[in-house]
Design a protein around this ligand. Structure first.
Ligand code: NAD
Length: 496
């Protein structure tokens, strides 16, 4: 048994810990194969309860002043920071990610995101107010969209919950959120802290259950005004179909297959180090991770040798040890899926430069794996692996490189490595992606939007752009003439 906070419940409804009415379920530490917590899963009936609580809380929360909403979010940021060590330890226990990443990225990133929306809550403005018709004053008020149903993945459980909940609450919406049933513990902790911070009961509810039951119940709920989803492309499409039942608007943050494009003038050392960090972050279980290195032929051999050398130095092991670089993957089932894709690539003729072998022993570990000489139509080149696997292929000429980088059904993230301003400008313009980095790959900031295009979904998390998901622009048009028989009535009836 790993020592972590073990809540008696994995749900939080109307300001209180709630035991789900579904089956018993173990939260497993994938690095040790031990049980971290035993919880009772929620059911569709629990979703109904949570939706009612969110609806009941909506009026008061949506009419709270921006300053009041901001104060609660500022306090929530402070409390998450106060509990940082405990949250990081729990995140590591339920995901297998390294404690260094949880401590230095997951938790502070969450604190910063909540703090950003605490400020942004007081900066919500409509656009122009004017007499466009001549006879009326028109103005825009941005009104909270209502009750938000959210569904989150397991890769960054706390951060993904924060990305959904913070902008929604800042906008005046109330939320029912389903974390992955593999990783609900930090999300329930977050909800408890929100209540401690003074958030009204019911404004943020957590229901932990399976996707097939609880996820479907949220996405297809008649009382959800917005459905926001982060997860795989295939489930995202299912969620969109479920939401269509009631014509509910959706936001989808889906999978990715980010290219890492290295031109022949790039700083090779920077590109090699950047590729290692960007492909292995969170064990490669990151939707924006570098997955396809596309390298100009003159640099190709040195790039492959440089990445392979660093991959072999990466310390894979006990995620609770601060000296560990990379912990385990999320589960043995997921590890086997990753290994299967690498095995099929090998069988199809790709060269496994390093890694690619499942280690013996406990835990869902998989080594950093570099796959070279990959065909453009290979499964491993086209489909999301979501593991510590980087493919490398070469190109001749800038147009070919950019074409290859953009040749994917996804459109979430990409990077280009060059010292040439014109190449950088061409790459950022030509590659379809929600984010294009130049000479870096991965950094995010709360002030800038995150979201994709194509099979990576649509809509934005983070930044003021995310308010578009949670606010409806309402046009208010007030007559300023006081005239009873208005000129425009003549177009309908002519008694005047
Ligand atoms: P997933 O799609 O399997 O699950 C995501 C969530 O959907 C989970 O809570 C799951 O229980 C739920 N779900 C499953 N079936 C459902 C159904 N039929 N109806 C409603 N909900 C259902 O994804 P995952 O394996 O948890 O996460 C990995 C995926 O998430 C990767 O594809 C990754 O690229 C993507 N991701 C995207 C972003 C982004 O911002 N674009 C961020 C993180 C992860």
């Amino acid at each position: 048994m790993t020592t972590t906070q073990t809540p008696t419940s994995a749900s939080w409804i109307a300001g209180a810990a709630t035991v789900g009415s579904g089956p018993r379920h173990n939260i497993v530490d994938p690095a040790t194969d031990t049980v971290v917590a035993t919880v009772d899963l929620a059911t569709a009936a629990d979703v109904d309860c949570a939706m009612r609580a969110a609806r009941a809380a909506f009026r008061d929360w949506s009419t709270a002043t921006p300053a009041e909403r901001s104060a609660v979010l500022h306090e929530l940021a402070r409390l998450v920071d106060r509990d940082a060590a405990q949250l990081a330890a729990t995140e590591t226990a339920q995901t297998g990610k390294s404690i260094r990443l949880a401590t230095e990225f997951d938790v502070p990133g969450s604190v910063d995101n909540i703090a950003f929306f605490a400020g942004a809550a007081r900066n919500l403005e409509g656009k122009a107010t004017a007499e466009y018709s001549g006879d009326h004053t028109s103005s825009i008020r941005r009104t909270p969209a209502g009750v938000v149903g959210s569904i989150a993945p397991w890769n960054y459980p706390l951060q993904m919950a924060v990305w959904k909940v913070a902008p929604a609450l800042a906008a005046g919406c109330t939320v029912v959120l389903k974390p992955s049933e593999l990783t609900p513990l930090t999300t329930v902790h977050l909800a408890r802290l929100a209540t401690e911070a003074g958030l009204p009961d019911g404004a943020f509810n957590v229901v932990t259950g399976t996707g097939a039951e609880v996820g479907a119940a949220i996405a297809g709920h008649a009382d959800a005004d917005v459905v926001t989803f982060t997860g795989s492309t295939s489930v995202g499409r299912t969620v969109m179909r479920q939401a269509a039942e009631h014509g509910t608007r959706v936001q989808l943050e889906l999978g990715g297959k980010a290219p890492f494009l290295v031109f022949d003038d790039a700083d090779l050392e920077a590109a090699v180090h950047g590729a290692v960090a960007a492909s292995l972050i969170n064990g490669g279980q990151d939707c924006t991770a570098a997955t396809r290195a596309i390298v100009a032929r003159p640099l190709y051999d040195d790039f492959v040798a440089g990445v392979a050398e660093l991959y072999r130095k990466v310390v894979v092991g006990d995620p609770t040890d601060p000296g560990t670089d990379m912990g385990s993957l999320i589960s043995r089932a997921h590890r086997d899926r990753v290994a299967g894709m690498v095995d099929r690539a090998r069988a199809a003729g790709a060269r496994i430069v390093t890694g690619g072998v499942v280690p013996d022993g406990v835990g869902a570990f998989y080594p950093p794996t570099l796959v070279a000489d990959v065909a453009e139509d290979a499964e491993i080149y086209r489909d999301e692996v979501f593991g510590p696997v980087l493919t490398v292929s070469s190109f001749d000429g800038d147009d070919d490189g950019i074409r290859r980088a953009d040749d994917t059904g996804y459109g979430l993230a990409a990077s280009a490595w060059t010292r040439d301003l014109y190449r950088a400008q061409q790459a950022q313009r030509e590659i379809a992606a929600g984010c294009v980095w130049i000479n870096d790959h991965i950094p995010i900031v709360s002030e800038m939007p995150h979201g994709g295009m194509r099979a990576s979904g649509f809509g934005k998390d983070m930044s003021a752009y995310s308010f578009e998901e949670y606010l409806v622009p309402k046009h208010v048009m007030s007559d300023i003439t006081g005239i009873a028989r208005k000129e425009w009535h003549r177009t309908v009836f002519r008694d005047s």
